[in-house]
Design a protein around this ligand. Structure first.
Ligand SMILES: Cc1cc2nc3c(=O)[nH]c(=O)nc-3n(C[C@H](O)[C@H](O)[C@H](O)COP(=O)(O)OP(=O)(O)OC[C@H]3O[C@@H](n4cnc5c(N)ncnc54)[C@H](O)[C@@H]3O)c2cc1C
Length: 327
């Protein structure tokens, strides 16, 4: 039974978010209650700061933060959230998300425990849990003389985030290499889908806005380790020369059909534009970097400015690629 919290909530009018902000004591009680449903390997925290868990390093805390120790505890967390009327949000390695300054209401789940880190090679297939880092996959493929996954080398996410975002680089997308994906629905039911049965678009796998990615199988082709290493080296060099090294969430906007967003932003003269400690990178116009101590509000106001200028001066609607966690 969840502790009653209605009398101890308030509303955060400053952020414009109409959802109630729950008091610390209430959240502590909810965390205790949820913990009782889960095994010892699971972690449950309340008011957990999320900024440090993202590459952009901005934003507030999660009301509740859970690292399920096993698949069963993920199911129990979803069921607990359902009966408690809590929203559940998923965080991978936080390399394509913006956490609002007011934090995230409900439960933020990280599938980063050992249960989600399986990485196995069978013939020319790699089977990976959603917590596995993309770099580990390309490295593992290289060690086994398998080519086709080199493009994942420099993308700083994990499998779950790459599937949700259909992450891509160097002309290849995650779903190009995918054979099948196991997903869980919000009631805890598992299913495995073949790649060709899954709808994907540029930087999105829409079904994963509702379902949770659990595991993926990728296909690669035999090659010599040296060949694979050479391709990875070329990709790494290209990346180093074209991306800023500061804290960022990668590309802020999806590329419009007519021209790359970075080029457009550069042409609008917005490279180097600052709002507080957030700045449009002077290396790549589509990256917003945190110079140290930036707020989510500063990043969001730069996003607004860029969209406004693109609309007014080029008639283009720039669509945000970065996911605003909890919205
Ligand atoms: C320096 C830098 C370079 C980058 N370069 C590239 C690039 O070349 N190409 C590219 O495509 N991207 C790039 N990115 C963006 C980012 O790395 C990718 O989108 C990556 O795939 C996100 O993975 P993540 O684990 O960090 O996901 P997160 O950022 O944590 O999450 C992204 C989204 O996935 C959802 N999600 C996470 N796990 C799951 C799950 N198990 N089930 C369902 N949904 C889930 C989250 O809720 C969120 O909506 C770059 C980012 C940075 C900072």
């Amino acid at each position: 039974m969840n502790p009653p919290c209605a009398s101890t909530t308030r509303h955060d009018h400053s952020s414009g978010d109409p959802r109630p902000v729950v008091s610390d004591s209430c959240l502590e009680g909810e965390a205790r209650d949820l913990r009782q449903h889960l095994g010892e390997d699971s972690v449950v925290k309340f008011r957990e700061p999320l900024g440090p868990k993202t590459t952009l390093k901005v934003g507030g805390a999660a009301d509740l933060y859970v690292i399920p120790g096993c698949l069963e505890d993920l199911t129990k967390t979803l069921q607990w959230a359902l009966t408690s009327s809590k929203e559940v949000h998923f965080l991978g390695r936080g390399s394509n998300v913006l956490v609002p300054d007011e934090g995230v209401r409900g439960v933020v789940v990280s599938l980063s425990s050992q249960a989600f880190l399986r990485l196995e090679v069978q013939d020319h297939h790699l089977c990976a849990g959603v917590g596995v880092r993309l770099k580990q996959i390309s490295e593992k493929a290289r060690q086994h003389g398998l080519s086709g996954l080199e493009f994942l080398e420099g993308i700083p996410g994990c499998v779950g985030g790459a599937l949700r975002m259909n992450a891509g680089a160097m002309g290849k997308w995650t779903f190009d290499a995918l054979v099948s994906m196991t997903v869980m629905d919000r009631s805890g039911n598992l299913s495995t889908l073949k790649s060709e049965a899954i709808e994907t678009t540029y930087r999105s796998c829409p079904m994963l806005s509702e379902h949770i990615a659990i595991e993926a199988t990728f296909e690669a082709l035999p090659a010599s380790e040296g060949q694979v290493r050479a391709i990875m080296d070329v990709f790494a060099t290209q990346r180093r020369g074209s991306q800023p090294i500061g804290a960022s969430a990668g590309c802020t906007f999806k590329n419009p059909d007519t021209c790359p967003a970075g080029k457009l932003i550069e042409e609008l003269g917005l490279k180097g534009q600052r709002h507080g400690q957030a700045m449009v990178s002077d290396v790549h116009g589509n990256f917003i970097v945190n110079l140290g101590g930036a707020t989510a509000a500063e990043v969001l106001s730069l996003i607004d400015l860029i969209q406004k200028r693109a609309r007014e001066e080029r008639g283009l609607e720039l669509e945000v690629e970065v996911q605003i966690l909890g919205q």
